[in-house]
Write a protein that binds this ligand. Structure first.
Ligand code: DC
Length: 222
């Protein structure tokens, strides 16, 4: 596996995608947001009106291509970057991503995507399942109120209406589902560095992680 592999995991709203995207841009690396891939599967499942509780119904994945490129997510050639952020997708993504068949399909795609070059990959099982031999594993946390505040501010910026108590409830439910599912639940890898971002700015988190990659004496951008 040539290139540096940086795995960033953590619960909803811990800042994984934002942080990963900034690090990738700063270092000239490739960022892969695996949550966006699970969201794309969920979007399609909703559009196809399948029974979301039936694992076999997700077989449609045999005939579609899902890929993440340059901060955009595609189903075949269709750009679904905005479409995967709807409430319906958020409400159902934990269910869709709990099925072994769905996970096996996406993990395979993620491992292929990470084969070449310097990669920052973020998700829930990157350090434990997708890239168990990553050069550096980070587990981002933040208390639930802070994570909800971040989501809430994001929503307001996008013109979405939601009460803060509703956002807290959504996050608590998703955390619970993501960390208690049977198949590769959200969990800190034993060799991951845990970073509590509750009282840190985005810049501070980015710099801390870059510092940690530096400690491994890599050559940025190569
Ligand atoms: O990062 P996110 O909130 O956009 O992820 C959406 C959902 O996808 C999350 O609730 C659980 C699932 N997911 C997963 O099961 N495994 C991953 N590697 C990434 C996301």
């Amino acid at each position: 596996m040539p290139g540096y592999k940086l795995a960033i995991d953590g619960p909803a709203g811990s800042g994984k995608s934002t942080i990963s995207s900034i690090i990738a841009k700063k270092l000239g690396w490739t960022h892969i947001d695996t949550g966006a891939m699970y969201r794309a599967v969920t979007l399609l499942a909703i559009e196809f009106h399948i029974d979301l509780n039936d694992e076999a119904s997700y077989r449609f994945l045999e005939s579609v291509q899902i890929h993440y490129d340059n901060n955009r997510i595609y189903i075949n050639d269709r750009d679904v970057t905005e479409a995967i952020r709807t409430e319906a997708v958020t409400q159902n993504v934990s269910l869709a991503s709990s099925f072994p068949y769905v996970r096996q399909k996406l993990v395979e795609l993620q491992q292929i995507a990470a084969e070449n070059g310097n990669i920052v990959m973020d998700g829930r099982d990157i350090g434990t399942v997708v890239l168990p031999h990553a050069d550096l594993k980070i587990f981002l946390t933040a208390n639930v109120e802070e994570r909800a505040q971040r989501r809430y501010k994001e929503n307001v910026k996008k013109g979405k209406q939601a009460h803060i108590s509703q956002v807290i409830e959504d996050i608590v439910i998703r955390d619970q589902k993501d960390s208690t599912r049977k198949e590769s639940p959200l969990r800190k890898a034993s060799d991951a560095v845990e970073l509590d971002t509750t009282f840190l700015t985005i810049d501070q988190v980015v710099n801390k992680i870059i510092e940690l990659t530096d400690k491994k004496e890599i050559n940025h951008g190569v």
